[in-house]
Design a binder for this molecule. Structure first.
Ligand code: FES
Length: 96
């Protein structure tokens, strides 16, 4: 079992959510449907985080997966070292 988090993006994913709708934020970084879970966390100990929209509003979902306030971006990406990041064209890089 792997507990390693993948940096999906060094920054937030801005998504307009719909009031009353349930979303599952990807906490592992492996989803191909960022920022939401597509089941790719299977085989890890990481689970998606449930989010229920209480309004029709733009939400900044964490893309680096290092936030301390899941599922929201808290600017944790700003403190990530460059070597923990990657060129997106190279595919996901596992860190942790
Ligand atoms: S794919 Fe990342 S938590 Fe499900």
């Amino acid at each position: 079992m792997s507990e390693e988090v993948v940096v999906a993006k060094k920054g937030p994913f801005g998504v307009v959510v719909e009031k009353g709708k349930t979303y599952w934020w990807c906490a592992c970084g492996r989803s191909q449907s960022q920022p939401f879970c597509d089941g790719s966390h299977k085989g890890t100990d990481i689970e998606p985080v449930k989010y229920v929209a209480d309004d029709d509003v733009m939400v900044a979902f964490c893309g680096c997966k290092h936030t301390c306030h899941q599922p929201y971006c808290d600017d944790s990406h700003a403190s990530l070292e460059d070597e923990e990041l990657q060129d997106p064209s190279e595919g996901p890089r596992i860190i942790g």
